[in-house]
Design a protein around this ligand. Sequence first.
Ligand code: SAM
Length: 299
Amino acid sequence: MSHHQYPTELHTVCDVVRWAMSEMERFDVSLGHGTADYWEEATFLVLRTLKLPFDRLEAFWNAHLTQDELWEVLKNIESRVHNKVPAPYLVHEAWLTEHPFYVDERVLIPRSYIAELLEEGLEPWVEPENVHTVLDMCTGSGCLAILAQMAFSKAQVTGADISADALEVAKINRSKYGLDDTLELVQTDIFSHLGKRKFDLIISNPPYVTQQAMEELPAEYRHEPALALEAGDDGMDFMRRFMPALKEHLTENGVAIVEIGDGREAFEAIWPELPVTWLSTEEEEDMVFAVRAEDLQHL
Ligand SMILES: C[S@@+](CC[C@H](N)C(=O)[O-])C[C@H]1O[C@@H](n2cnc3c(N)ncnc32)[C@H](O)[C@@H]1O
């Protein structure tokens, strides 16, 4: 669709949200990047394109858009509906718990279940006063490292990622949250550039998507970096390298909290004896496990 073909009947916020919803339904848009239905998806996309808060819709519902705004909104709706670009990439913003992060196609769109657990300070797994050092392995946009810094304000937090591109985005978020002087970012393939450093807490949301699941993913996910998702036949490619090295990088009473999606069965096939604890969040179970340093001696 080109500019001159846009419907001329659209004038207000209500008009464009309504149109976006119809188009999403008509062209079978997939959700999965932060919204529950087309209403949420359309209001998020439209309101944030207009730089308006999406939780005070009634104030703007009947407001007319300028010509330039209308053009920008319709362009974003077109990219969302026809190119299946996830909304956070179009408005450069993704929300995790109550916090917004800058995003673009260099990083996975934040949606980790670990965010919710961090809100509760990872209780009962860690005692906040004993957490002096934290590593967020596979930090991507830096979202979990930043939430960890909020949860453990006195701790030295490090975010690590193999992708220089992702780390550029993490730097943007680090500045946004005023953490330039405190949050460390390191480019490293797993622990390779972290020497013998040990941490009281390691959190990680690594790539864990199986080959088959990769092939079946809706088009939206193909806009995300494959490096952030792909983990081989059984989804355990990253974990096979990470788990054996993990114990060398945890302090004596250290704890690791790791998200592996639907990977529990594959994980247990590799490490049947390892005493990890599967955690539940509001919506999901068995997506995240906790393991103590002492238990990793069994590896
Ligand atoms: C699933 S994303 C998670 C990003 C972010 N922590 C989040 O929750 O939104 C996984 C991240 O792991 C990084 N990654 C992949 N392989 C890696 C490796 N061998 N070492 C370090 N990071 C890696 C990718 O670049 C990507 O940013």
